[in-house]
Design a protein around this ligand. Structure first.
Ligand SMILES: Nc1nc2c(ncn2[C@@H]2O[C@H](COP(=O)(O)OP(=O)(O)OP(=O)(O)O)[C@@H](O)[C@H]2O)c(=O)[nH]1
Ligand SMILES: [Mg+2]
Length: 225
């Protein structure tokens, strides 16, 4: 497992980095990626790892349900008032890229209701390799894939794999069972992403979400600098 630290600050520092009252708003980080790769599990683990030192809130996106928000609530990763669900009703990427109004409203509502916040995590509904967040919604984005989806996914590219500020390759514990070659995945990811960082994670292991949490802390340090 490794994390390449060559890329430090939020890729796009939005012009609207302050709230109407002049205070700095929370850093907004989006998590996207194909269905079932571990986005909600990553959000839950990040909340557990960071919540003692940071003021955090989460927005989840599901197509027809509040399944992911309910998972976070049932697992008590944050108090209920810090978790908001958006039901997209259509392909998830439309709500994070094309018409971001429902998600923007959710992040702004959270800042008003439980702010000041340091960090808002926005989880997209599971989608395909082309799904990315509008820079008007988030300041940085994480793309989560897993080893069980096939070790050729980094090679297949697409904007999530090639341009996300952090690529997470999750479920490394499953690699031996599905015949995925982690070294080849690392080489292919490097070829697609150049110096952009890649984190290999297994949320069932002791190290768990650590590399992603370190990256989030670095983003926050740059945001607040
Ligand atoms: N073995 C293993 N299972 C994992 C890991 N991370 C997540 N899972 C499991 O993978 C399944 C899907 O995880 P989720 O976090 O719900 O995935 P998701 O990307 O949020 O899924 P959608 O929101 O439906 O797209 C769950 O059963 C998790 O417990 C991991 O590192 N290793
Ligand atoms: Mg999810």
């Amino acid at each position: 497992m490794h994390l390449d630290h060559t890329h430090d600050g939020p890729a796009a520092v939005s012009a609207d980095a302050t709230r109407p009252d002049g205070t700095r708003r929370a850093l907004r980080i989006g998590l996207g990626g194909p269905v079932g790769t571990g986005k909600t599990a990553t959000v839950a683990a990040l909340c557990r790892e960071l919540r003692d030192r940071l003021s955090i809130a989460v927005v989840t996106n599901d197509i027809y349900t509040r399944e992911d928000a309910d998972f976070l609530l049932n697992n008590a990763v944050l108090p209920p008032e810090r978790i908001q669900a958006v039901e997209t009703g259509a392909c998830p990427h439309t709500a994070i890229r094309d018409d971001i109004s429902a998600n923007l409203e959710a992040v702004e509502d959270l800042e008003d209701a439980v702010g000041p916040l340091d960090l808002i995590l926005v989880e997209s509904g599971g989608d395909n390799l082309t799904a990315t967040f509008s820079k008007g919604l988030v300041d940085a984005q994480i793309f989560v894939i897993d080893v069980a989806g096939g070790d050729d996914i980094p090679r297949k590219g697409g904007p999530g794999v090639t341009t996300a500020d952090l690529l997470v390759i999750n479920k490394t514990d499953l690699a031996p069972y599905v015949g995925s070659d982690l070294e080849q995945m690392a080489l292919d990811a490097k070829k697609q992403r150049g110096d952009l960082p890649v984190a290999f994670t297994s949320l069932t292991s002791a190290e768990g979400v650590g590399p992603v949490a370190d990256w989030v802390r670095a983003q926050l340090a740059a945001w607040t600098a």
